[in-house]
Design a protein around this ligand. Structure first.
Ligand SMILES: Cc1ncc(COP(=O)(O)O)c(C=O)c1O
Length: 439
């Protein structure tokens, strides 16, 4: 596997990214490891003054009724958990995740990529954009797309070049057309260097891009010298674990392919806990070094306390135990999807259409708000009428990079009971009927 020599990191890193200086203290942390070194370096609080003597976590039994198992973080691991420490994450957790990525995405540890942890994948996506984006850059972005990414991109002065997605996610034909005709379609705009995509169980559309599309997108990225930012927050929520679609991170190294073009974002939020705020980025060292500088100079490190809880758990589970857990989580959401869709069909057939998701936790409903088939606008219906009727959901407009009109609504099945689904879809049905003048 060779690094792609057409990637020039000295120009790919943004002006902002190049401006970070190593933190005066954190930059010297590695020297503390030199045997015999007396470190008077960091303003580390003295752990003797901390009131905690152990962190104990009780695990829910896999089989209800089995005994509760308690894992304990203590002694050296406790000190590490409670103290300032490595910017990229607890070294043993980073190693664990690198082993996971090596196995899961079939990427040999050849030194060209590594892993850093962040306070959720959102933190790392934000830092990646900071590291890569200059004012007036153009960014290729799926439309509709996760509103959280749009929220952070709003702070940048950039041109969001929308790539419409369909039932199978990003359409390489649309990407090719955009890239081949960029100068005509977007006169005066800078040619893009970044493509942001959510390939599995997309938020909001629920779509998963098949391998053939990912291969075609990757080929275009190579041809046009783009970096692919692969936001795979729902990777582990794939409902058929026996037919996983290979990630971009895996595909770029297939058949000895040149690597370094894919930056991958994973999240522990959907599989362990969202409140722990832990996610990880996997990709070229050149970029991760800049992301780490951002962390070292801003929030210093992701919480080592929650990292230590995760590490003690992952060490107990091992890779196989972790994958088995993610498969149980995916099976849970698959059952939710099945229930949710059953109820949705009962109330909304003829009034809405949607793609049945193969991963994730969302249905993206295209509401048929007019009788003559013209496209309607769900915005005020969902943010006003639906709320008055007692159902909360996100209008499609919230996911459009450059605003506009949308007849869609995103509904999440992660928490809903069957009773919730009944009430919600009955109320949504009333809203749609009202909009159509059929109430
Ligand atoms: C597509 C996508 N990316 C990133 C995130 C952020 O996740 P995290 O909790 O890891 O920051 C979310 C959260 O919903 C998401 O849907």
């Amino acid at each position: 596997m060779a690094q792609d020599s057409s990637l020039d990191w000295s120009t790919l890193i943004s002006e902002r990214g190049r401006r970070w200086e190593p933190s005066a203290i954190r930059g010297l942390f590695p020297l503390e490891k030199i045997p015999g070194m007396v470190s008077l370096l960091a303003g580390k609080p003295n752990a003797d003054t901390f009131p905690f003597s152990a962190i104990k976590v009780d695990l829910k039994p896999i089989i209800p009724g089995d005994p509760v198992e308690t894992l304990t973080v203590e002694s050296d691991a406790l000190n590490e958990a409670l103290q300032y420490g490595a910017t990229a994450g607890l070294p043993n957790l980073v190693k664990w995740i690198e082993n996971l990525q090596e196995t899961r995405h079939k990427r040999a540890k050849d030194g060209s990529w590594r892993v850093s942890l962040g306070s959720g994948s959102q933190d790392l996506i934000n830092k990646a954009f900071h590291s890569l984006v200059n004012d007036d850059d153009s960014i290729l972005i799926e439309s509709p797309v996760y509103s959280g990414t749009l929220g952070l991109l709003n702070r940048f002065q950039v041109n969001l070049i929308e790539l419409p997605v369909d039932n199978e996610g990003l359409d390489p034909a649309k990407l090719e057309e955009t890239l081949d005709n960029f100068a005509t379609l977007y006169p005066g705009k800078r040619f893009p260097r970044l493509l942001y995509t959510i390939p599995t169980g997309s938020n909001p559309t629920g779509a998963t891009a098949p391998e053939s599309r990912r291969q075609a997108v990757l080929a275009l990225a190579r041809k046009h010298n783009l970096l692919i930012l692969e936001d795979d927050a729902y990777h582990f929520l794939s409902f058929d674990p026996t037919h996983l679609v290979p990630s971009y991170f895996e595909l770029e190294a297939r058949d000895g392919g040149k690597t370094g073009r894919v930056v991958r974002f994973d999240s522990f939020s959907k599989i362990l806990s969202s409140g722990m705020r832990l996610g990880f980025v996997t990709g070229p060292k050149e970029l991760l070094d800049v992301i780490d500088l951002h962390t070292a100079n801003t929030n210093l490190q992701p919480s080592s306390t929650t990292q230590a809880m995760v590490l003690v758990l992952l060490n107990k589970w091992g890779l196989d135990g972790f994958i088995a857990h993610t498969q149980r989580v995916a099976a849970f959401y698959k059952a939710k999807r099945d229930m949710f869709e059953r109820v949705a069909h009962r109330y909304l057939d003829g009034l809405a259409t949607w793609v049945s998701p193969e991963a994730g936790m969302f249905l993206f409903l295209d509401l048929h708000l007019t009788k003559d088939g013209t496209a309607g606008d769900s915005s005020s219906l969902i943010s006003t009428t639906a709320v008055q009727k007692g159902v909360l959901a996100v209008p499609g407009i919230g996911f459009l990079p450059n605003g506009g009109v949308s007849s869609f609504v995103r509904v999440s099945f992660s928490l809903a009971t069957e009773q919730d689904a009944e009430l919600a879809f009955e109320r949504l049905r009333e809203c749609v009927l009202e909009a159509r003048g059929e109430a």
